[in-house]
Write a protein that binds this ligand. Structure first.
Ligand code: COA
Length: 257
């Protein structure tokens, strides 16, 4: 049914696996479109009461937006790309049914942003989180500057955004970025156990808790600034250099232009 997602409905819980392990489940156009479709399915299918998002293989949840798709894109296309992903991630965040991330490895860039758009997160002890876009002469474009700051606080978020350094599982737990750490083998089971608890409650009350908790951390202005800044990066030589250097497996030389 999907090209890049595997879905399994067991009872009333839908497990969604992003399935491009050879590219560390990087989010290309197809994955983004299909994530939008599967979220619509979660909204529309009355049998589904909760969902889990995870990544295929034992190395990555999602290693970010697909950098190979950035070549030749300008400011307009950058803005459009950010908007398209952001809208889907807002839909995940505002889903009346819980959507939880089971982070089984690298959750970088768009992967960290996807995990943060979910209602909460569990991870395996092998997980690593981060917003390494700065290494590419770029900034997060799917809400990372906003949701990371809201989740772990401004100082920690600033450090992660500005250094691009990764946050390992135990630090993620300490920061409140994840609720639990498990072994890789126990990750899905532990996530399902929590969701089984939630799906035994009244679905209307669950939906209202989600909406009210989201309202506590609302505000659109920062997201709009992020989108515009992300788009502006696409017009810089630094971003072209940073993304080319990643694909050519070399260190970038940034010139501030
Ligand atoms: N976009 C496109 N391709 C990606 C990718 C991404 N975000 N992340 C990884 N890949 C690809 C690699 O190019 C490589 O492809 P290849 O085998 O055809 O060369 C493959 O996935 C495996 O990745 P590799 O870098 O060889 O694995 P590693 O174990 O050495 O490093 C990471 C793992 C996650 C540290 C590294 O892949 C990385 O830094 N990825 C980019 C993270 C990032 O900047 N994300 C934000 C994007 S906006």
């Amino acid at each position: 049914m999907y090209q890049t997602l595997l879905t399994v409905l067991a009872g009333n819980i839908l497990s969604i696996t992003i399935n491009r392990p050879e590219k560390l489940n990087a989010l290309n156009q197809t994955v983004i479109r299909e994530l939008g479709e599967v979220v619509e399915e979660i909204y529309q299918n009355p049998v589904i009461r909760a969902a889990i998002i995870t990544g295929s293989g034992n190395k990555a949840f999602v290693a970010g937006a697909d950098i190979s798709g950035f070549a030749g894109l300008g400011k307009e296309e950058g803005r459009r790309m950010a908007k398209e992903g952001l809208d889907i991630f807002f839909k995940i965040e505002n889903s009346p049914k819980p959507i939880v991330a089971a982070v089984n490895g690298f959750a970088l860039g768009g992967g960290c942003e996807l995990a943060m758009a979910c209602h909460f997160r569990l991870c395996s002890d092998t997980a690593q989180f981060g917003q390494p876009e700065v290494n590419l002469g770029l900034i997060p474009g799917y809400g990372g500057t906003q949701r990371l700051t809201r989740l772990i606080g401004k100082g920690r978020s600033m450090e992660a955004l500005l250094t691009g350094n990764l946050i390992n599982a135990s630090l993620a737990l300490q920061y409140g970025l994840v609720n639990y750490i498990t072994t890789p083998e126990d990750l899905m089971e532990k996530t399902k156990l929590i969701l089984q608890q939630i799906t035994s409650k009244g679905p209307l009350a669950v939906a209202k808790c989600i909406a009210a908790a989201n309202a506590a951390t609302g505000g659109q202005e920062g997201f709009e600034l992020e989108t515009e800044s992300f788009a502006e990066c696409f017009a810089t030589a630094d971003m072209k250099e940073g993304t080319a250097a990643f694909l050519e497996k070399r260190k970038p030389v940034f010139k501030g232009i």
